[in-house]
Structures are given as structure tokens and as C-alpha cells.
Design a protein around this ligand. Structure first.
Ligand SMILES: [Zn+2]
Ligand SMILES: [Zn+2]
Length: 281
């Protein structure tokens, strides 16, 4: 499995000189499975760059898009995803929280928020709803999990037939007051994966103001890393106001903490263009 980050920011795009190194695009991660199948995790503004690359490389004919939920920062790139605009292509969108499947058609491609309506998209746009989980995409098994987020969100665990594995958990508030899932259950869900990507939007000084907003404090994400023991833990969905220098410092502090509590877990702060080949155990 090969994984590449195209958008790592949360809430709203944050371009500018102070965010240029980690990147200002919102959530989008490409997963290329062992059999060559292409998955996109979320359709934030990073999806535009991914789409252009897929077209350049001739890999656009079938793309599986897994959406965590339909908040703007996770769908804003969709109208600008180049493979949508060619009738030879087939885009399969996977299950959305609550009634979001309908929202997707009603609120994005509705002639109001974007000039083209859903029925006029040239590509075949299929809204898939697997009847049971886990379900299969290409060479991988995909398992969804409900997360703690206002309006609902889903995380995914992807286990490829070559033994490599990934968990994508955003947007999620670990230790939320009205949690649908606790850290222990999430640790079991993502146990031992090669790469665990988790929402890390806040730091302790953001609290208590942002309690209940549906995102996690970095300290709680590190504790999840200790419980889940992934090979690599990626801090993700950075706050739009977190500068590159602040993210450098956050990464350094997190690395030192993990080196003591879970020395086998590598810590990375996700940035645009960062990529990994996951090899399994
Ligand atoms: Zn978000
Ligand atoms: Zn959200």
C-alpha cells in the first residue's frame, strides 16, 4: 500500500507563508493498494492536486472515494476533481454518516453552491452503500467506525492483502463528553496498523473553549498511540491557525514524549506531499 498526503489541514484552507511547509489544503489522502486500486480518503481541497496527478499518470478511470463526513473541509475539493469531468471515468463514493448521502447531492452539486448539478457530471458518479462491513475494495478489506463528531463522522481501517494496513480517524474528539466510542475501543480498532492517521487539531491551551467541537487534543492522540501501537502515528487535520513553526514544535514535543512511553511508534506530523510505502509486518 502506498499512502500520500494531499491535504492535512482542518476546518478551512489555510494558505500563506506561515503554513507553506506543511501545506494549507484540507483533508485528502491517497491510498494506492497492492493491486493498483486507487482510493481517496476525503475530498478536501487537496483532492484537486490528487485529481490532476491521476489524470497525468492515466490512473483516473476508476477512483474509490471514502468520505469521513460532508463538512465543507472534507468535500470542498470535489467539484475540482479532474476525473469527474470526463465521461470515461467512474467515481465510487462510499458510505456517509447519517443522511449525508442525500446532503451530498442536495448541497454540493445543486446549481446553487456550484454551477453544475449532480445529474450533469460527465463521469459515472456512484454513491455506494455497502450492505455490511467489512467490505472489499480491490485488494483490501475496509472497515468503518463511527467517530465522536457533531453530526457524525466515520473513520476507516484498510487492510490490504499484502499485509499492510492503515487507519484513518478524522474528525474525532477522543474523550468527548457524549462519546459514541472511547479510546480503548478505537485503539482495538486500529491496533498494530502500519500507519494511524488521527485528527490532532487542538493543544491543551485551546481548552476548555473548544470542548465538544469534535476534534482531539494532541496529548490524547499520543495516548491513543500508546494503546494502539501502530508502526507510525501521523498527526493530522491541523488547526488553520497552527503555523509551520508551531507544528515543528508540536512534533518535537510529541516525539520526545512517545520516545519514552512507546519507543516503537514513529511520530510524524502530516504534511502535503509526505508519502509512505507500507509493507505490513
Ligand atoms: Zn474536518
Ligand atoms: Zn467535521
Amino acid at each position: 500500500m502506498h499512502v500520500t498526503f494531499y491535504g492535512v489541514r482542518g476546518s478551512v484552507p489555510a494558505p500563506g507563508p506561515q503554513t507553506a511547509r506543511y501545506g494549507g489544503n484540507t483533508s485528502c489522502v491517497e491510498v494506492q493498494l497492492a493491486d493498483g486500486t486507487t482510493l481517496a480518503l476525503d475530498a478536501g481541497t487537496g483532492l484537486r492536486t490528487l485529481g490532476n496527478k491521476l489524470v497525468r499518470e492515466g490512473r483516473q478511470s476508476q477512483v474509490h472515494l471514502l468520505l469521513s463526513h460532508t463538512h465543507w473541509d472534507h468535500v470542498l475539493g470535489l467539484p475540482f476533481f479532474a476525473p469527474l469531468w470526463d465521461k470515461a471515468n467512474h467515481i465510487i463514493v462510499y458510505p456517509l454518516a447519517n443522511d449525508a448521502q442525500e446532503r451530498f447531492q442536495r448541497n454540493i452539486f445543486d446549481d446553487i453552491h456550484f454551477p453544475v448539478s449532480v445529474n450533469d457530471i460527465p463521469a459515472k458518479l456512484e454513491l455506494a452503500k455497502p450492505s455490511s462491513a467489512p467490505w472489499r475494495i480491490g485488494s483490501a478489506l475496509v472497515r468503518p467506525v463511527q467517530l465522536n463528531h457533531p453530526g457524525g463522522a466515520q473513520g476507516f481501517r484498510i487492510d490490504d492483502d499484502d499485509g499492510s494496513s492503515l487507519a484513518y480517524l478524522t474528525d474525532n474528539e477522543l474523550n468527548a463528553a457524549s462519546a459514541v466510542i472511547g479510546p480503548d475501543a478505537l485503539a482495538r480498532f486500529s491496533e498494530g496498523v502500519d500507519l494511524l492517521i488521527h485528527d490532532s487539531q487542538y493543544v491543551l491551551s485551546d481548552m476548555p473553549h473548544k470542548l465538544g467541537w469534535g476534534h482531539s487534543i494532541v496529548d490524547d492522540v499520543l495516548k491513543l498511540g500508546v494503546l494502539a501501537q501502530p508502526k507510525r502515528l501521523a498527526l493530522f487535520h491541523h488547526d488553520p491557525d497552527r503555523t509551520d513553526d508551531a507544528l515543528d514544535a508540536l512534533g518535537e514535543r510529541s516525539r520526545l514524549w512517545l520516545a519514552e512511553k512507546a519507543p516503537s511508534v514513529d511520530l510524524v506530523v502530516a504534511s502535503e506531499g509526505l508519502d509512505f510505502t507500507l509493507s505490513g509486518r
